[in-house]
Write a protein that binds this ligand. Structure first.
Ligand code: FAD
Length: 106
């Protein structure tokens, strides 16, 4: 069976890193690709109950793919919904680029 914790840590690394290096001014095609990526992920993600909740989350709050900042913030909020559900601490989304792109400021 799938180890949803191990899969999740790797999954979030891919997703937050994609958001961290997403263009500041994405073309229409790039925006469409990012939306499609999240939709397809929610169909194919191998933790079945995670995928089911993800499909609902995407419906309630579709990805904001208009800029790097908006996508990184949207991804952070998505992750926080899962954190909340699992009783994990919420992440401060103002620090998302520090965590996934720039390195922590000291
Ligand atoms: P993770 O939650 O994996 O976080 C990894 C690192 O990300 C943290 O150490 C922290 O530095 C950083 N981080 C934490 N929160 C944020 C944030 N909001 N924004 C940016 N960075 C952050 N598990 C389930 O049991 N049920 C589910 O329904 C479920 N749905 C999932 C949906 C998706 C799309 C993904 C990718 C994973 C899902 N998981 C689910 C897995 C779950 O979210 C965790 O990955 C797993 O429980 C391991 O948690 P962790 O405590 O190691 O840290």
């Amino acid at each position: 069976p799938v180890d949803s914790e191990e899969l999740g840590r790797s999954g979030w690394t891919v997703l937050h890193t994609m958001a961290a290096y997403y263009p500041e001014n994405p073309s229409e095609n790039v925006q469409k690709d990012m939306k499609n990526f999240m939709t397809l992920l929610s169909r194919l993600y191998p933790c079945k109950r995670c995928a089911k909740d993800l499909r609902k989350d995407l419906k309630d709050d579709p990805p904001d793919v208009t800029s790097q900042k908006s996508l990184a913030n949207w991804m952070c909020n998505l992750h926080n919904k899962v954190n909340e559900k699992l009783g994990k601490p919420l992440f401060d989304c103002s620090k998302v680029n520090e965590r996934w792109r720039d390195g922590w400021k000291d």
